[in-house]
Design a protein around this ligand. Structure first.
Ligand code: SGN
Ligand code: CA
Length: 537
């Protein structure tokens, strides 16, 4: 058969089967990067904590890889996202905290993939000022965004959309996928706001989850004795620092009756603001479930001890937090179904991760920020049938710093020499076991909500060294093998003298390698203090 006739027949066959897209998609892989906000690995059932079920996210582990020790470089939302986009530590990309400006003009991996021929989109939470750069399409939440009837900024234009933010984000992602240019490979950043505080689930999920009871962590009543000042002065204790209205969903009038309202001033204002966003039907459905909880609390509160309150608040917290995760998991299911139904599964890399970890009662805490395990480590699951064997487990110390170079590697684009992360493509494919033996961490946002002191440090497979500074000067050292819950710093234990010396050397070497210094701390501290004092005025 002559070549021309063969090609014509082939083309006709492709068109008749209705799948011209397959030609482009047989080449470079597509990427769907799913990120949720504040989703602790303890709340992904594939990690084995037994708290909740996330069958769709778990599919990625079953059909691909699960990372047991994926760490962030700075456990806070916007800094984490800046690191993920740029492949550079916070002190290099400039977005060290949630307050200061992010410079979108710098290189990021979507820009580079786009230059290399990818079609790119960003949907959901990004938490940075300015129009996102690097995307053919963007539909993002302003700042933290709202759970009910949220505003979205779609290609720069703000509009309010009716419904629940988790479902809207999924719908926008699917709509973009369906309408995309199928002659190009695509990279979609699909970023949920949930399960960020104040944890407001979809109706069917709060109906289900408010009826559940969850196992408490062993350290719920931690007294912080074995650690330094920072753990003792942080304001993220479930019993002491949660908001009665916004977090526990106790109505302002009930708080008034119980004389609880005066504890936190902005609490009821924030709660009322969220409630006002609901329409009448949404509000009626909400009240039908939360009113009886209020009534029950009103009866019980007068006889509750401090301990009783802690037990109660822990359950209340987990019911809503895990309830919002049920919606995130359903969204992942809808996207995976779309890939299956459109023959895209084989050639699409799907990543599930969060912008950081989260405390779910460990050490009595909620929130994140600390370099201690639950906030340092984040869930990470990846499926790519062409290269990753089903059921792969990776223990290596990967970081969100590595996403940008990894995606560029998969996309066949050049990785800029100044990116500080490393592609983990060969690691997860089982082609190499060579990897870094320590990760570097920085945290800056202090003084601020939750009052977690500024710190930096390193973690190896076994040890962790942390330096808390600014208004204190304290070091902590943990032996994660002997003390996995980090209850006792061994920094001053003579038995750990050589480990301590070694860790100090490693820390200095990493600070040098990544180009961090006290001078850079000073610079960011100055601009942070000036930005926050301006805000207060
Ligand atoms: C809000 C939350 C905090 C949270 C920060 C940062 N309070 O201020 O609990 O630590 O966001 O979170 S809230 O009552 O207003 O929700 S981040 O994930 O965006 O960094
Ligand atoms: Ca976050």
């Amino acid at each position: 058969m002559n070549r021309l006739i063969f090609m014509t027949m082939l083309l006709t066959a492709i068109q008749v089967s209705g799948q011209p897209a397959k030609r482009a998609e047989a080449g470079r892989p597509n990427i769907i990067y799913i990120m949720s906000d504040d989703h602790g690995y303890q709340a992904v059932s594939a990690y084995g904590y037994g708290l909740n079920q996330t069958p769709n996210i778990d599919r990625l582990a079953k059909e691909g890889a699960l990372f047991t020790t994926a760490c962030v470089t700075n456990s806070l939302c916007a800094p984490s996202r800046a690191v993920m986009l740029t492949g550079k530590h916070s002190f290099i990309n400039g977005k060290v905290d949630n307050v200061q400006h992010f410079d979108w003009n710098q290189d990021n991996f979507p820009k580079l993939l786009r230059k290399a021929g990818y079609q790119t989109a960003m949907v959901g939470k990004i938490h940075m000022d300015g129009l996102p750069q690097g995307f053919d399409y963007s539909a993002v939440l302003p700042d933290q965004g709202d759970y009910y009837n949220p505003d979205f900024i779609i290609n720069g234009v703000k509009q309010q959309i009716h419904g629940h933010v988790t479902e809207i984000t999924t719908d926008l992602a699917l709509k973009w996928l369906k309408g995309r240019d199928t002659t190009k490979p695509f990279c979609l950043l699909y970023h949920q706001k949930a399960p960020h505080r104040a944890w407001m689930p979809i109706e069917r999920h709060y109906k289900e989850y408010t009826g559940k009871t969850f196992k408490e962590p062993a350290t719920l009543f931690d007294d912080y004795k074995g650690r330094g000042t920072a753990a003792k002065t942080a304001e993220m204790n479930i019993g002491k620092d949660m908001n009665w209205a916004d977090d526990d969903k106790i109505k302002p009038e009930v708080l008034e009756e119980l004389k609880l309202h005066s504890l936190i001033k902005w609490d009821t204002a924030s709660y009322n603001r969220s409630m006002r966003r609901m329409d009448a039907a949404q509000r009626a459905a909400w009240d039908a479930v939360y009113d009886p909880i209020n009534e029950d609390f009103k009866k019980r509160y007068p006889t509750m001890s401090k301990e009783d309150l802690m037990h109660w608040r822990y359950q209340r917290y987990l019911q809503d937090y895990l309830g919002t995760i049920a919606g995130v998991d359903e969204g992942v299911g809808a996207v995976l179904d779309y890939l299956d139904q459109n023959g895209l599964t084989e050639n699409t890399i799907v990543v599930y991760t969060s912008d950081q970890g989260f405390y779910m009662g460990e050490h009595g805490w909620f929130d994140k920020r600390f370099m201690y395990e639950e906030s340092l480590k984040t869930p990470l699951l990846i499926r790519y049938p062409k290269e990753i064997r089903p059921g792969t487990k990776v223990d290596a110390l990967v970081q969100n710093l590595d996403f940008a170079p990894t995606f560029l590697d998969y996309g066949g684009a050049k990785i800029p020499a100044d990116m500080q992360g490393v592609s983990f493509r060969n690691l997860v494919a089982g082609k190499t076991r060579k990897w870094r033996d320590a990760i570097y961490y920085t945290y800056y946002e202090y003084p601020s909500i939750h009052m977690v002191k500024r710190h930096y440090g390193i973690r190896t497979n076994r040890y962790k060294l942390i330096h808390f500074y600014y208004d204190i000067d304290e070091w902590e050292l943990y032996d994660l093998q002997k003390d996995p819950h980090e209850m006792h710093s061994v920094y001053n234990d003579p038995a750990y003298r050589s480990v301590r010396d070694n860790m100090h050397k490693k820390l200095e070497a990493l600070r040098k390698k990544y180009k961090d210094s006290d001078a850079s701390d000073q610079k960011y501290m100055k601009s942070y203090l000036s930005a926050t004092s301006k805000k207060k005025k």
